[in-house]
Design a binder for this molecule. Sequence first.
Ligand code: COA
Length: 151
Amino acid sequence: MTSSEDGHVVRDAAPADVDAIMDIESTGISHPWDRDSIEALINNVNKEALVVSTEGGQTVGYIGASYVLDEAEIGNICIYPEYRGKGLGRELLLSLESSLKAQGVHKIFLEVEAQNTGAIALYEHSGYQRYNVRSNYYGKGRDAVLYVKNI
Ligand SMILES: CC(C)(COP(=O)(O)OP(=O)(O)OC[C@H]1O[C@@H](n2cnc3c(N)ncnc32)[C@H](O)[C@@H]1OP(=O)(O)O)[C@@H](O)C(=O)NCCC(=O)NCCS
């Protein structure tokens, strides 16, 4: 768990966070995960989920990843719209990288829709390298861009 001057806290996601995660996803993810997938993310080995909450205890963002041996894949990251642009996404990403590194992960993969300039800025400013594009991956004219980072 890490806490900061303005009182927000990054910690492991707990079963009590599932409703909040589903609500956060409904505001920002075009293909949100269902409850079972979020519960699996929180409870299963080889999966890592972190949330960020405010000083008042409201969960306002989360990130989730799966890993096998030394490779991980980030599934989703999302911050409530009113909390974006404050560095919380970056903090979640860096905290996830630290947690994964402690589990022996050395390489992180992710995919993001080519038009998602906010997420792409976050990843590129955080050291992720673009290595491929999958045309029409999210539907006609909606390409996926693939990124990797060695940690
Ligand atoms: C992508 C997302 C998680 C970023 O979270 P955030 O808390 O707003 O990001 P941060 O404030 O930590 O910003 C990190 C960096 O990304 C940049 N960035 C973030 N959003 C941006 C935007 N919309 N446009 C341009 N740059 C942006 C910031 O400028 C910052 O760059 P810096 O290195 O110059 O400081 C957030 O926009 C979100 O929840 N989006 C909807 C869900 C989503 O698309 N998830 C990704 C699915 S792959």
